[in-house]
Design a protein around this ligand. Structure first.
Ligand code: ZN
Length: 196
């Protein structure tokens, strides 16, 4: 079904929010202020208690967005009507911005991400190699990045090649044994010297 422009824009916002949500979950709560909000100042969290939110949101993701947790998470109004974000600029300057929650929430935020991932649960994945949470493009995706996919493929190939090699060697030994039956049990000795 072709998406009209408004639906397409909404989808892009949803995907962006979902990706930011994954990135925020992959950040240690202590580092959120500096490492996450520096790059995503508009990402809205439901309260200022990041440690609490982070724990709740991580559980949400890891349990596959169960409805009862989703309802709690999106109805949480702990943040009030205005929000203040502290931005750490690269030149060392710190800036604080206060905005209306409604304005920011319309753009992007954790609730948008949660709602979207609730309706498209298959997208909320954990990388099979590095364990990072990521938003999948396709239902079968298993890795967060092409880097992790390549690393996994390489180790799989190595592992697989070892298995194949062992198998080939075992087959060769078996073939050799069937073609040289005497060697299998050692050279049979005739009891010619018995009775000496
Ligand atoms: Zn990964």
């Amino acid at each position: 079904m072709p998406l009209n422009e408004a639906a397409w824009k909404e989808r892009e916002l949803n995907l962006t929010a979902a990706r930011e949500f994954a990135e925020y979950l992959n950040t240690a709560p202590k580092r959120i202020g500096e490492d996450f909000f520096r790059y995503h100042p508009d990402f809205l969290l439901p309260s200022l208690s990041w440690t609490h939110d982070h724990k709740m949101h991580t559980e949400l993701w890891d349990r596959g967005f169960p409805q009862e947790l989703v309802v709690d998470a999106i109805s949480d109004t702990g943040i009030g009507t205005t929000m203040t974000t502290t931005l750490h600029h690269d030149d060392g300057q710190i800036e604080t911005k206060t905005r209306k929650v409604a304005d920011v929430a319309r753009i992007v935020g954790s609730k948008r991400a949660i709602l979207f991932l609730f309706t498209e649960r298959w997208r909320a994945k954990k990388c099979r190699l590095c364990g990072k949470r990521f938003v999948a493009e396709k239902p079968g995706a298993r890795f967060c990045s092409s880097g992790c996919a390549t690393d996994h493929r390489e180790s799989y190939k190595k592992e697989n090649w070892k298995k194949i090699k062992d198998r080939i060697n075992a087959d060769r030994r078996e073939e050799y044994r069937t073609q040289h039956p005497k060697k299998r049990t050692g050279t049979p000795r005739l009891p010619i010297h018995r009775g000496k």
